[in-house]
Ligand binder design. Structure first.
Ligand code: ATP
Ligand code: MG
Length: 262
């Protein structure tokens, strides 16, 4: 697969729950290797867009390709790592921080040889453990690795779930509000980590309400309010005029046509 294949390509994409549309007629193309921030008000359909991208929500209409293939097949192939806005996790389950992050590698373990899968953990393929330790370091949770996840604060849990996504070393990182509820030092750490991921060619798609971070770090901003209100550089999209348009969900903001990130 060449790098010229878009990371994401949506054509006249619609999404709905119980036949009630929540996203309408979205067409866009995102190249690989860029950092895109998705911005929009509560209920705008941002998480739903990510659910389409991981194949857990089927389009009502239209087409979505991830790296040229269906979202579900790319998820299965390990090309997409995803961090949900709210993890459906059993936080009281007695599992350590380290083992929680390791669950991010389970899909990849399918590619290990059978004997590696059957070995005790300390003898298994070392790449899993290395990826987990690197991800824990990246979110500054290495010191908490042995603790049960149930003991962690909300911000720490968020950092662990981000580490779980990072440990997958996927080509595309889909992150739903990774900065919500984390303290300023952790936020800086996370943003620097994501910047490093981008610098090695990974594609980052991040839902956020944090405009200063989107302005500083993102290559592209998608403004979403049920439909695509705008797409462009942070300077273009995060202007007062565009944000005012976003608030009303102006459909006429960008009439028709496909939006392609620069
Ligand atoms: N599982 C579901 N069943 C029915 N309706 C849903 C479901 N999930 C989301 N919705 C509805 O779809 C719309 C878009 O929700 P979504 O979670 O995608 O918004 P969002 O932009 O991520 O909002 P927020 O900023 O609050 O996270 C909302 O009206 C929401 O109530
Ligand atoms: Mg959401």
């Amino acid at each position: 697969m060449t790098d010229s294949v878009p990371a994401l390509e949506a054509r006249r994409l619609w999404a709905a729950y119980h036949q009630q549309p929540v996203l309408e007629d979205i067409s866009l193309s995102l190249p690989q290797g860029q950092w895109t921030a998705i911005v929009g008000p509560n209920g705008a359909g941002k998480s739903s867009l990510l659910n389409l991208m991981i194949g857990s929500l089927a389009p009502l209409r239209g087409e979505l390709k991830i790296l040229g293939q269906s979202a579900a097949s790319q998820r299965r192939a390990g090309s997409i790592a995803y961090m949900a806005q709210q993890e459906r996790m059993e936080w009281d389950f007695p599992i350590s921080v380290r083992d929680t992050v390791l669950t991010g590698r389970y899909g990849l373990m399918r590619h290990d040889s059978l004997w590696q899968r059957l070995l005790p953990r300390q003898w298994a393929n070392p790449s899993h453990r290395q990826a987990v330790e690197a991800a824990l370091e990246a979110v500054d949770m290495a010191d908490h690795a042995a603790r049960p996840i149930g003991e962690l604060s909300g911000g720490q849990k968020k950092r662990v779930m981000l580490a779980r996504a990072l440990a997958q070393q996927a080509r595309i990182l889909l992150l739903d509000e990774p900065l919500a509820g984390v303290d300023p030092p952790s936020e800086t750490l996370i943003l620097n980590t994501l910047e490093r991921e981008r610098s090695i060619g990974r594609t980052i798609i991040m839902v956020t309400h944090d405009m200063p971070s989107a302005r500083l770090y993102a290559d592209n901003v998608l403004l979403i309010n049920r439909t695509l209100v705008g797409m462009g550089t942070p300077d273009e999209m995060l202007s007062d005029a565009m944000l005012a348009r976003l608030a009303v969900g102006a459909r006429e903001a960008l009439p028709g046509g496909e939006r392609v990130a620069a």
